[in-house]
Design a protein around this ligand. Structure first.
Ligand code: AMP
Length: 399
């Protein structure tokens, strides 16, 4: 792989895999959150400024049976153009075929072409080699800047690599930043290293916790998943979220942590509610003594205090998943307080990486994105990275 910043793309056609899978309004198809598009702009601009041309390819949504209006990348042409200072963005109604080939061929230095949704072709997700080859023929070099899909071995994210020599394969700026932040936490963490894991389900997070037991000094567990641990330890959790088929997993994790000298911090108390609703009656209770009919929807004040102290003493922080149902005001204090503690630790020199859809939404909701070290654009990809899996989209560029 060559280093993106050191390469001069003059007169080259760069085929850039981006993640423009942005949420659209169901009726108007307007973009609701353009974070992912914005994140790819520096990569596009660098190639154009060098005097190269850019062919953008992305997926959007989960189209099942070929083309559909709500997943067409036509919906985002104007916005991509606006973010590039009004530069014209050409569009091909296909990814492979005569039209795509002709427009790519005619592309002049400084011009941009956006291809239609890759997932309109089932060959994309199948990782079809012939399809990948056809895509590869549109460009001289391949730039992978789609961290959000780096955990997929699809035609455009991984299989395509074999049609470019190693010096013609690049990470874009976004991918470079994502990989270096993730590597820093995974392999070069300064201790104490605290992982904050929250969200609804233990089953989604078992592998990541297991892998983090090899690296972290402290693991904070909050959110709905904490109650499976509480019940596994013999506590009464009322009607709180619980995965009964994961109780033994929870016990095993706690035992492994003890053997490895990793401190697991569970919430001592919770904000409990008499129904899952924004207007529920609430009170604070011990997390292992929740009355029947009540459910824990946020960590309580004692937990906030203990968790915040652990976070503030940390030198490396990884955060995935909210501490409670932060979407409702009555249950957002835990997540908000933890967000502020992460920001404070960062100000005092810690390296903090936030990843996974809901923790990113939370950090944005509390306007703290600028106060942490790095906010990842990858949900599933980041999780799989921290589960210790090799990501096909990374390996394809570097191998
Ligand atoms: P996940 O996608 O697994 O990270 O879960 C995120 C979701 O978990 C968010 O929508 C939260 O509202 C929800 N959540 C967090 N804490 C709780 C809880 N104590 N009970 C129910 N849902 C929760």
């Amino acid at each position: 792989m060559s280093k993106f910043s050191q390469h001069n793309f003059a007169n080259q056609k760069a085929l850039v895999r981006v993640d423009f899978n942005v949420p659209l309004d169901k009726v108007t198809f307007e973009i609701k959150d353009d974070t992912r598009i914005k994140a790819a702009i520096p990569t596009i601009e660098k190639i154009l400024e060098d005097g190269g041309s850019v062919i953008l390819m992305s997926h959007m949504g989960r189209p099942k049976d070929g083309p559909e209006a709500k997943s067409s990348l036509q919906n985002i042409i104007k916005h991509v153009s606006d973010l590039l200072g009004g530069k014209k963005v050409l569009f091909a109604n296909e990814c492979v075929g005569d039209e795509a080939v002709q427009i790519s061929k005619d592309l002049q230095p400084g011009e941009i072409l956006l291809l239609e949704n890759l997932r309109f072709y089932k060959e994309e997700e199948d990782g079809d080699e012939a399809f990948a080859k056809k895509l590869s023929q549109l460009g001289d070099v391949w730039v992978n800047d789609a961290f959000g899909t780096a955990h997929r071995a699809h035609a455009s994210t991984a299989v395509i690599a074999k049609f470019f020599s190693v010096e013609n394969r690049f990470f874009g700026y976004l991918m470079e930043a994502e990989v270096s932040s993730a590597e820093k936490v995974m392999h070069k963490s300064e201790k104490p290293f605290t992982a904050i894991i929250g969200g609804a389900k233990v089953s989604d997070k078992i592998l990541i916790i297991e892998n983090l037991l090899e690296r972290a000094t402290d693991i904070i567990i909050g959110g709905g998943m904490a109650y499976t641990f509480m019940k596994a330890r013999g506590g009464n959790i009322g009607n709180s979220l619980c995965e009964d088929d994961r109780l033994s997993n929870a016990i095993t994790l706690l035992e492994k942590a003890k053997a490895k000298n990793v401190s697991i911090h569970l919430p001592e108390d919770s904000v409990i509610a008499d129904k899952f609703s924004a207007d529920a009656n609430t009170k604070v209770a011990a997390s292992d003594n929740i009355p029947d009919g009540w459910l824990g929807l946020d960590i309580g004040p004692k937990a906030v205090s203990v968790f915040s102290e652990v976070i503030k003493k940390s030198k490396t922080i990884l955060w995935n998943g909210p501490m409670g149902v932060f979407e409702m005001e009555k249950f957002q204090n835990g997540t908000k307080s933890i967000a502020f503690a992460v920001a404070e630790a960062t100000t005092n020199g810690a390296f903090s990486l936030i990843g996974g859809g809901d923790s990113v939404a939370a950090i944005n909701q509390f306007h703290l994105a600028e106060k942490v070290s790095y906010v990842s654009t990858g949900g599933g990809a980041l999780l799989e990275y921290f589960e210790g899996k090799e990501l096909p989209g990374i390996k394809a560029v570097t191998a």
